[in-house]
Design a protein around this ligand. Structure first.
Ligand SMILES: Nc1nc2c(c(=O)[nH]1)N[C@H]1C(S)=C(S)[C@@H](COP(=O)(O)O)O[C@H]1N2
Ligand SMILES: [Mo]
Length: 405
């Protein structure tokens, strides 16, 4: 968890409710990363197009913007102007002509489609709530530290995505027998001639599962340019690396995709929770895929001061990864005992789920709050953090140290 410029707040049930507003007045934030260097500037209004002020500036070119945890306290849907941003290459169109834009579906198909946005929007509409989370979300908490963007926990967001099923597009083009994978490419380009264009692929069966979709809207509005206007792939339950933005080309392949971003990048240890010891060698790897359960306290930052012996409400968000949230548990004694949290409305298997728990700290001194999600597959966040050299797929029971006074 992060602390707000190392300032301390006295938290009571009512004070907790006003905390997120205080966060917005700051010009920088300390993500509280174990290796240090966690202090980042917050964005100013207008600095990144439709993005609001107060996002955590990780990098300017290509843009990497992180959502502060306080935003997740405001609701289960992450507002478009506060939704995190991540691009690999800085050569991104700064506008896209919606009238001239075409989406191509081609390759191992009966015919090639070239669809305008109008034509696409005339197809049967599909809508789903789903968490978009970067593979490297929370990488900054990996110990020992690993190279890559040192994200806190805000390289994720939940939105209601509207668009068309990928299956419908593929049926329309007519997938030929022998199809193996479907590859997705967007309008962004590498900034050097030998840089590999960013492309990702899914197996043909996954692509046709009826949930993978091409979205033209996010939370009822067109996608912000930095989140992929006019179209992006949405792969519910899978890490965001597959959610190709500014999607303009869909290619059905009759062989395995060997492009850099599939063959070489985004590999994880072929182990439960993608974990290994830092000193292990030659661990077999597989492509990253489905997400793991996670949960966070959103109304009580680390190092908060809480009134002892007075009732306090903790609340936050949880998600199951590639399945729903079955249960969320909350602890005020560093995980020695747990109480079942109350779950908020179910907005869909792949989205954030609100939770809350009432507690009273027994007396003054240091306490550790913890929250734990179990998904409908029966997977639970582990006590010990997972580790791998790319800093992918963090899932651990997060601890929030507080002080009762
Ligand atoms: N065209 C394109 N799509 C892309 C990427 C990219 O570099 N180019 N990055 C991917 C990665 S790694 C992430 S984490 C998500 C980020 O989505 P967001 O910026 O909408 O939050 O976009 C994915 N889609
Ligand atoms: Mo990512």
């Amino acid at each position: 968890m992060y602390s707000l410029n190392r300032r301390r707040f006295l938290l009571t049930a009512s004070a907790a409710a006003t905390l997120p507003k205080l966060a917005r007045a700051q010009s920088s934030i300390d993500l509280g990363l174990p290796g240090g260097n966690g202090v980042h500037t917050l964005t100013k209004a207008g600095e990144f197009g439709q993005k609001s002020e107060g996002l955590i500036l990780q990098r300017t070119r290509a843009p990497l913007l992180e959502t502060p945890m306080s935003v997740f306290d405001e609701g289960v849907f992450t507002p478009n102007d506060k939704f995190y941003v991540r691009w690999h290459w800085a050569d991104i169109p700064d506008s896209v002509d919606a009238e001239a834009f075409r989406l191509t579906v081609r390759g191992h198909t009966g015919k090639t489609l070239s669809l305008s946005l109008r034509e696409l929007m005339a197809l049967p509409r599909f809508e789903i709530a789903a968490v978009n989370q970067c593979s490297g979300n929370s990488r900054g908490f990996f110990a020992p530290r690993v190279p890559g963007g040192e994200w806190g926990n805000g390289a994720m967001g939940n939105a209601r995505w509207t668009g068309v099923r990928l299956k419908d597009l593929l049926d329309h083009a007519g997938v030929k027998p022998g199809a193996r994978q479907v590859r997705f490419n967007g309008l962004d380009q590498p900034t050097s001639p030998d840089g590999p264009d960013f492309m990702k692929s899914l197996t043909i069966d996954h692509a046709r599962d009826g949930e993978v979709m091409v979205a033209y809207a996010m939370n009822g509005r067109p996608l912000p340019l930095l989140n992929g206007f006019p179209l992006r792939l949405v792969v519910p339950g899978w890490y965001a690396t597959y959610w190709v933005k500014m999607l303009n080309d869909i290619e059905v392949l009759d062989k395995e995709d060997e492009n850099f971003w599939m063959k070489t990048a985004y590999k994880i240890p072929d182990r439960s929770f993608a974990t290994m010891r830092p000193d292990e060698k030659d661990v077999p790897v597989v492509p990253i895929s489905r997400m793991l359960p996670r949960s966070f306290i959103t109304n009580i930052p680390a190092q908060s001061r809480i009134a002892a012996t007075a009732p306090v409400k903790a609340r936050g968000i949880a998600f199951g990864g590639d399945s729903g949230v079955k249960e969320v548990d909350f602890s005020t004694d560093d995980g020695k005992s747990w109480q079942t949290a109350k779950l908020g409305k179910d907005e869909g298997t792949y989205g954030f789920r609100r939770w809350e728990a009432d507690f009273t700290l027994p007396g003054p001194g240091a306490h550790t709050l913890k929250v734990r999600c179990t998904n409908t597959r029966g997977e639970t966040q582990p006590d010990q953090p997972n580790w791998n050299p790319s800093g992918y797929m963090r899932s651990v029971i997060e601890a929030t140290p507080v002080e009762a006074v």
